[in-house]
Design a protein. Structure first.
Length: 221
């Protein structure tokens, strides 16, 4: 089992739960920090001291406060750590359950596991730790489809927002106005029409309603 684990989590109650789960697994050395910048420095120091961490458990998003952060999210942290300790095993523990985000993290950040916080989150986290220790990937059931063939479709945040507004019942004209108000580009009616047509072809949707249903079925919105 892992001997030295670093937990990055800014919520005290979740930190307590994670520590209890780790103690139950007889992990001997557990460090916890609430900022990603602190985690980065801890990991670098551990490497310098020749006592590197075996496992990193990190949240994905953190509340912004008075302290300015170089690494404001779990994603920016683990991307930076790829240069520092590329073999460090990482478990992401987050409320975020968008398949596209999970797929991106796995494919580009080399995380070994993605566990969704929730009613069974700590039980799944314990299972993920065992699984990752044995060099096997683990995904919570909510995001298990992230790597399936059906979800292997390229769609960016702009497209997701476009389909999301469409699901709210907005017309293309209304979406154009909304995008202009929110400074989302491109926001012209013609650009929105082109993007929607591209998405219909990509998802093999017959119409806008079918497109929304398909994207929802994939868990992308």
């Amino acid at each position: 089992m892992f001997k030295k684990v670093l937990v990055v989590e800014d919520m005290d109650d979740i930190n307590r739960g994670v520590k209890i789960a780790l103690l139950e697994l007889n992990i001997s050395e557990i460090d916890q920090v609430q900022y990603c910048d602190d985690a980065y420095l801890r990991i670098k120091k551990a490497i310098k001291d020749q006592k590197p961490y075996d496992l990193l458990i990190s949240d994905l998003s953190f509340k912004v406060d008075h302290r300015e952060q170089k690494y404001p999210s779990g994603e920016t942290l683990i991307r930076a750590l790829q240069e520092v300790q590329p073999d460090l095993k990482v478990i992401m523990y987050s409320v975020e359950d968008r398949l596209q985000k999970v797929r991106t993290l796995i494919n580009t950040c080399n995380i070994k596991s993605y566990v969704c916080k929730g009613r069974h989150g700590l039980k799944e986290l314990s299972k993920a730790i065992h699984t990752v220790y044995n060099n096997v990937q683990y995904l919570s059931p909510q995001v298990a489809k992230a790597l399936s063939d059906r979800s292997n479709l390229e769609i960016d945040d702009y497209d997701l927002e476009l389909v999301k507004q469409l699901s709210f019942g907005l017309s293309q004209d209304e979406i154009s106005s909304y995008f202009k108000e929110e400074n989302i580009s491109p926001n012209s009616l013609s650009s929105i029409e082109k993007h929607l047509n591209k998405l219909k072809i990509q998802f093999k949707a017959n119409n806008a309603t079918h497109l929304v249903a398909t994207v929802k079925d994939l868990g992308l919105i």
